[in-house]
Every structure is written in structure tokens, then in C-alpha cells.
Write a protein that binds this ligand. Structure first.
Ligand code: OGA
Ligand code: NI
Length: 360
């Protein structure tokens, strides 16, 4: 299907239709070579991201942890300390092979290189299944200003379903990446649980921590006025843990301890790990699910691939009793995870507010 839009675009419903309904995404918009950012992507001043390029000011940085000896108490301590203090860290020598990472990145470019009509097959209201969801921005129905990003979210149920329903150009690479990361995910959770006095992860806990996995292929195309918009607005993830693979472009910022925004520099072969709201709740606030956001880029197309490791929709999450053993008062109540997720997706990105839903 050839793009049915004429330049210059002035009608805002025409843009929504082109991006969201016709499956062109912001990638399609970017490739039209617009001279300026369409109005609906202009973010309010307070949400725009001013990139500090003054390299003379030394910036704090999130920890980089070598996982080679992950059972070494010092490594375990570094992981737990990072999860408490920053909620974010990078891991190297994590055991996921570099070629698996490169393959899934190449496959992501292949997916986005498909014609819009192909990608559109996976969009809401078109796809007969919910296994893959291709879309643009975060929640276009709820948002006052749109975000400069396309995504494809794959929900893992079984290999059979993935073979049947995931896009053939990337399904093997995505599955392989997901499977290779499982060992790393288990190790991280094992270490993090120990500090919460959970010495063994039994089957019930394992399902609660990592029973449901979603993997996103994110695409942030070149933007005509990156300073006026965002790639992703301020949010925290609703996951237990997120394992993010980013390319060499950069642009992810994390809220630091002094309320400043700290850049997460790309490191070849590394993975960025962050605590999500579910783990913040289960740890009774000990591990922090930290706000983060992504800038739009004026010169290069960026991709990122987060694996969201989640409780299952039917799980009821709350602080683990072991984490409260010392008499600590719970600050979160029991919530049905599917309700929590529903609450997140029905509003626009709003920083750290989602977790209030679970506060006592
Ligand atoms: C996300 C996210 C960061 C990135 O998808 O939740 O925060 O760098 N992505 O793309
Ligand atoms: Ni995120």
C-alpha cells in the first residue's frame, strides 16, 4: 500500500490516520522527510529533554557490573546495592552470546524494513490475535501529546504459538534472545531474592516473579525537531525486571538520586537491567523502580529491545512475607497484576504515579 498522504500535511486527523491506522508508524512519517515536527508530537515544555552536552561536568553514572562470577558475594552485593540505590544497572559478561544480541538487533531492523501493510497486520483491530501488537507512541487514545516511537510487542506463551503468530522475519531471533536471557534473569532474581530473605525460589514464587514475558522491538526514527518531543516520556516499567538491549546510539535517561537525569551510555555487548514496579512492590520498596525516558534523535534511527519479565496476569502481588520478617510494615496492598497493568495502559505516561495504585 503506497502512503496516501500529500505534503505538506496540515490536517491532524490525516497524520493520525497515516501513522496509526495505515501502519506507517512514525517511521513512515520520518521517511516523508518532514521539515518540522507535526503539532501532535510537540510535548509540553516540562516534558522536553534538554541534552546536556557539556562534558566538563562529570556526571554520575549507573553501575556497570561484571557478571562472570555472579555467585561471588561481592558481585551479588553490587547487584542488590544497585537495585536499591539506582534501580538501574548495566551488566557485562552476562552469558547472553554477542551473536544472539546482534541477530535480534538485525532482525528488528528487518521487521521495521517490511512494508507498512505487512506490519499493519499486527496492529490493534486488525490482528485477530493478541500475540503480537504493533503500534506507535504509547497510548495514543489517552495521550495529549504523542511520543516519537514505534513498537512491536510480542507476548510469549509457547514456541508453537510464536511460530504460528510472530512475524517470520524476526521470530527465531527474538525467541533465541528470550531463551538465552532466561539464565541471566534467573541468576539476577536469585541474588535479589536472597537479600529479601527468600533463599529459595519455589515454583509459585518463580511464576510470580517471571511467569509472563513480553519482548518489545522499539524503533525511534530520525526526528525533524527532536528537542520538541520525546522518544518515550517519563515512566517506570510495570515489570519485575526489564532486560534492555540498546544499540550504539544512546538517549536513555534515568532519574538519579538528586532528581537529575543520568544518561545510560551504550556499551557494546552489555544489557541494561532495571527494577520494575512489581519488584518494588514485592520487595516492599527496598528495590526501586525508577523513572526513565528516551530522547528523540535528529540524525539516526535508534532501536532498543526490552524483555519485560512479569508476574502472570492472574497473580496477586504484594510484599513478600519474608521481606517483612523483621517487623517492617507493608506499604503496598495486594493487587491483581492484570488490574495493575490495565491501570498503567489506560493513562498516558506519568512518571512514577502508577505504583500509587498499590499503596496502602
Ligand atoms: C521501555 C523503555 C527504553 C529504551 O520500553 O519501557 O523504557 O531505551 N525503553 O528504549
Ligand atoms: Ni521503560
Amino acid at each position: 500500500m503506497a502512503p496516501t498522504i500529500s505534503l505538506p500535511i496540515t490536517d491532524s486527523s490525516e497524520i493520525r490516520d497515516f501513522v496509526l491506522n495505515q501502519g506507517n508508524g512514525v517511521k513512515g512519517l520520518s521517511e516523508l522527510g518532514l521539515k518540522s515536527l507535526p503539532e501532535q508530537y510537540i510535548q509540553p515544555l516540562e516534558e522536553r529533554i534538554i541534552v546536556n552536552e557539556d562534558n566538563n561536568i562529570p556526571q554520575e553514572s549507573i553501575p556497570i557490573i561484571d557478571m562472570s562470577n555472579w555467585e561471588d558475594p561481592e558481585v551479588a552485593n553490587a547487584i542488590c546495592d544497585a537495585a536499591e540505590k539506582w534501580g538501574f544497572f548495566q551488566v557485562v559478561n552476562h552469558g547472553v552470546p554477542t551473536d544472539v544480541l546482534e541477530n535480534v538487533q538485525n532482525a528488528t531492523h528487518q521487521f521495521y524494513g517490511l512494508p507498512s501493510a505487512e506490519k499493519r497486520k499486527y496492529s490493534k483491530g486488525v490482528s485477530p490475535s493478541n500475540s503480537v501488537r504493533f503500534g506507535s507512541s504509547f497510548s495514543p487514545v489517552a495521550e495529549k501529546a504523542l511520543e516519537w516511537k514505534d513498537y512491536s510487542a510480542s507476548f510469549y506463551v509457547s514456541d508453537e504459538e510464536a511460530f504460528e503468530l510472530w512475524p517470520p522475519v524476526c521470530r527465531n531471533q527474538v525467541l533465541e534472545h528470550m531463551k538465552s536471557s532466561k539464565i541471566l534473569i534467573r541468576r539476577l532474581l536469585q541474588v535479589l531474592m536472597k537479600r529479601l530473605n527468600v533463599n529459595e525460589i519455589d515454583e509459585t514464587k518463580e511464576l510470580m516473579l517471571m511467569g509472563s514475558v513480553r519482548i518489545n522491538l522499539n524503533y525511534y526514527p530520525i526526528c525533524p525537531n527532536p528537542e520538541l518531543t520525546v522518544g518515550v516520556g517519563r515512566h517506570s516499567d510495570v515489570s519485575t525486571l526489564t532486560i534492555l538491549l540498546q544499540d550504539d546510539i544512546g538517549g536513555l535517561y534515568v532519574r538519579g538520586n538528586n532528581d537529575d537525569w543520568i544518561h545510560v551510555p551504550p556499551i557494546y555487548g552489555s544489557l541494561v537491567i532495571n527494577v520494575g514496579d512489581a519488584l518494588q512492590i514485592m520487595s516492599n520498596g527496598r528495590y526501586k523502580s525508577v523513572e526513565h525516558r528516551v530522547v528523540a534523535n535528529g540524525s539516526r534511527n535508534r532501536i532498543s529491545i526490552p524483555i519485560f519479565v512479569n508476574p502472570r496476569p492472574q497473580d496477586i502481588i504484594c510484599p513478600f512475607p519474608e521481606a517483612l520478617a523483621s517487623g517492617e510494615k507493608p506499604i503496598y496492598k495486594q493487587v491483581l497484576y492484570s488490574e495493575y497493568v490495565k491501570h498503567f495502559f489506560k493513562k498516558a505516561h506519568d512518571g512514577k504515579k502508577t505504583v500509587d495504585f498499590a499503596k496502602i
